[in-house]
Design a protein around this ligand. Structure first.
Ligand SMILES: [Zn+2]
Length: 316
């Protein structure tokens, strides 16, 4: 077995893990990022955590083949620079060469966190064995990654797969990106929560109020799904519309890419079949290839927060 270290650099935490060549995660450690610090300090912490992750898994440092790094923001794989990472305050930081200095002799691999997570799901999670897949993450925003013919498709800025920002309603809700009606503005967890709150304000008798203890600020994605389980009329209405939004975006992706598989990750995907079954029904009717024998499968992501680590460790 060959061993690798994967590092997931986030705005809140740095996680590092010892990963086998088959994608098995043996150890997982994390420390607070304390973002706002210099890139040098953060690199030092990442290097130390990488060594600890190997040690904790009883693998000598010399046996580690490579260290892979997933970073939030724009990761230029050609130059090894993090060109911009909003939540770390990084501008043009040569993170790869800094890591090479901190860990002499180790190969350093590098990508943005969304691509690393998609790659992890592909190599070791829900995408094992397929040749093409899309990873779609429904979280604060909507993100993802594209794997075509066994390779990450990354575009000129290594940032392809921004699934949050294609238009599903040209005159729709303003999006953070400056346009209107982006998929993210309808299908992210953030969007679902605001759709839920809006409906609650119009329906003061809804069970959703009870489910959030009467405090609307406490509404989360789960609140809506709990309401659906209780067959609350308001919850069901919000839910059906959310499924329509989600299906609209996913159908576009299916028609464009015809992937073997789409895996859905992020907090919302925890709703499991409650979400996926009705979603699949709507997609089934709209898929341009609906008369074909081979159809895109929609599945939940399986690696959760470890996808980024595992994917980073096994980057090409
Ligand atoms: Zn947008």
């Amino acid at each position: 077995m060959k061993y690798y270290i994967g590092i997931d650099l986030g705005g809140t935490n740095i996680a590092a893990g010892l990963v086998g060549e088959d994608g098995t995660l043996f150890t997982r450690l994390s420390v607070p990022t304390k973002s706002g610090r210099s890139a040098g300090e953060i690199v030092q912490d990442m290097a130390e955590l990488a060594k600890k992750a190997a040690k904790e898994g009883n693998i000598a440092w010399e046996e580690i083949e490579a260290v892979g790094l997933g970073v939030p923001g724009t990761a230029n794989k050609e130059t090894g620079m993090v060109e911009y990472a909003n939540n770390l305050g990084f501008y043009d930081e040569p993170v790869v060469s800094m890591m090479e200095k901190a860990l002499p002799g180790k190969k350093i691999r590098f990508d943005n966190d969304a691509n690393a997570a998609a790659w992890g799901e592909y190599i070791a999670g829900s995408g094992k064995g397929v040749s093409s897949m899309l990873a779609v993450t429904l979280g604060t925003g909507v993100g993802g990654g594209i794997i075509l013919d066994g390779k990450l498709f990354e575009g000129i800025n290594y940032a392809a797969g921004e699934f949050g920002h294609f238009t599903i309603d040209r005159n729709g809700i303003p999006c953070n990106c400056g346009r209107k009606g982006c998929f993210e503005a309808y299908a992210s967890a953030t969007a679902l929560i605001s759709q839920t709150k809006e409906a609650m304000l119009e329906n003061t008798q809804s069970i959703l109020w009870e489910l959030c203890g009467g405090e609307i600020e406490r509404v989360e994605g789960k609140t809506l799904f709990d309401g659906v389980r209780r067959q609350d009329g308001t919850a069901l209405k919000v839910f059906d519309r959310y499924i329509e939004y989600l299906a609209a975006g996913l159908l576009d992706l299916i028609n464009i890419f015809q992937p073997e598989l789409i895996c859905i990750g992020g907090g919302i995907s925890k709703a499991g079949d409650l979400l996926l079954e009705p979603l699949k029904r709507v997609i089934d009717q709209g898929d341009y290839a609906r008369t074909s024998k081979r159809r895109t499968r929609i599945v939940p992501a399986v690696l959760d927060n470890d996808a980024g680590l595992i994917g980073a460790a096994l980057l090409d």
